[in-house]
Design a protein around this ligand. Structure first.
Ligand code: NAP
Ligand code: G4F
Length: 323
């Protein structure tokens, strides 16, 4: 029997990598996208003709029900979100609507649909925020520091609540930061690798950033979508931290990225701009993924240095193509 999966946010970084993985596994893949006046298939152009795109929006209940009926999925992965933490202070209400209530809307649609569908919610290390424990595990108390983190915490708890209240197969992956060549340009890693590529090609003089001291537990996105799939293949629904267990500062990311173009001292190429600082910062994130390693047999496969190299090389190639 061919398995069918519905992915919300299919045009995003994770959505596109997950679609690649599920196609390798011979799934029929249905990708939910929200259609504006123009298509946004930068990450999914290669998937046209291989997956079925469905038009819907996490803020539109009827559209979600229509998607479920059209896809008739065995598995639903909710990866759609307003995923940029910095922007969530500018649009807190929309962030709550999409990231918090959007998840509730899918759960309600699933309840009404009333078939045995496994549901995956992309929860986030941003829910740990102040990091009551370091490293953070599934039992660490939450302390979100942004409207994004607060909205995601609602989605996390409502997913668990519907599992317990309605006996649904709902799981949450508490995903620490993960990056790839398909990362949005506004996130710090891609902003740096794109900037380093431009400096290398003589197209830009400086990269302007915010807080360089913040630390993140950075993994490679294709490894993380494997964890998503593994989580839904279990017999019992449960929640898992997905992380490398290593943490590095933005400065260390800069070291690795500039190293790719043989620049050791990058100080003249990097500036700071108050616009990129946040009203409340998450100073450090580090995750303990022991449970995922033991139960799912998951582990990160791509090293930090390899990931940074791939991103810089990809940006150099893209920019050379554009010139
Ligand atoms: P991403 O690249 O920003 O993708 C998010 C996708 O959601 C985009 O395709 C976006 O569509 C779509 N979307 C936004 N608003 C929507 C709406 N109202 N209705 C339907 N779709 C909507 O994010 P990502 O990095 O792949 O992350 C995937 C998920 O994992 C997100 O839920 C994110 O919060 C979560 N997460 C990510 C990380 C990480 O480090 N990457 C860590 C923890 C959790 P448009 O293209 O139209 O904007
Ligand atoms: O790359 P960032 O914007 O990612 P952030 O805030 O950690 O969020 C990402 O990871 C979360 C998981 O922990 C996801 F849930 C979320 O969807 C997203 O994928 O910022 C990383 C750090 C921050 O401390 C920020 O203050 O980099 C710092 N930073 C310094 N200069 C900057 C910049 N961030 C951005 N985006 N742009 C800068 O110029």
């Amino acid at each position: 029997m061919t398995k069918r999966a519905l992915i919300t946010g299919v045009n995003g970084m994770d959505g596109s990598h997950l679609a690649d993985l599920l196609l390798e596994k011979d799934y029929a893949v249905f990708g939910m996208e929200r259609r504006a006046s123009a298509k946004n298939r930068r990450n999914t152009a290669h998937l046209e003709g291989k997956i079925t795109f469905l038009s819907a929006d996490l803020t539109d209940q009827n559209s979600l029900m229509r998607c479920l009926k059209e896809a008739d999925p065995h598995e639903v992965y909710n990866l759609g979100a307003m995923s940029f933490v910095g922007e969530s202070w500018n649009t807190p209400e929309n962030t709550g609507d999409v990231n918090g209530l959007g998840c509730l809307r899918i759960l309600e649609a699933l309840r009404e649909y009333n078939r045995p569908v496994k549901f995956y919610q992309a929860s986030t290390s941003e829910m740990f925020g102040k990091m009551i424990e370091n490293p953070a595990s599934e039992s660490t108390p939450f302390y979100p520091r942004s409207p994004y983190g607060v909205a995601k915490l609602y989605a996390h708890w409502i997913t668990k609540n519907y599992r317990e209240s309605h006996d649904m197969f709902n799981v949450c992956g508490i995903l620490f930061n993960h990056e790839s060549e398909r990362r949005g340009i506004e996130f710090v890693t891609r902003k740096i690798t794109d900037g380093v590529a431009r400096i290398h090609l003589g197209l830009q003089d400086k990269i302007m950033l915010g807080n360089l001291e913040a630390k993140r537990d950075w993994g490679y996105a294709p490894d993380y979508v494997k964890a998503m799939w593994l989580t839904l293949q279990q017999d019992t629904p449960d929640d898992y931290v997905i992380a490398t267990g290593e943490t590095r500062s933005i400065r260390e990311f800069l070291d690795a990225a500039f190293d790719c173009i043989d620049i050791e001292d990058w100080s003249e190429y990097v500036g700071q701009d108050p616009r990129f600082f946040r009203p409340a910062e998450v100073d450090v994130l580090r995750g303990d993924s022991s449970k995922a390693r033991e139960v799912l047999g998951w582990k990160p496969e791509t090293s930090f240095d390899d990931m940074v190299h791939r991103m810089v090389e990809n940006d150099i190639t893209l920019l050379r193509g554009n010139r």
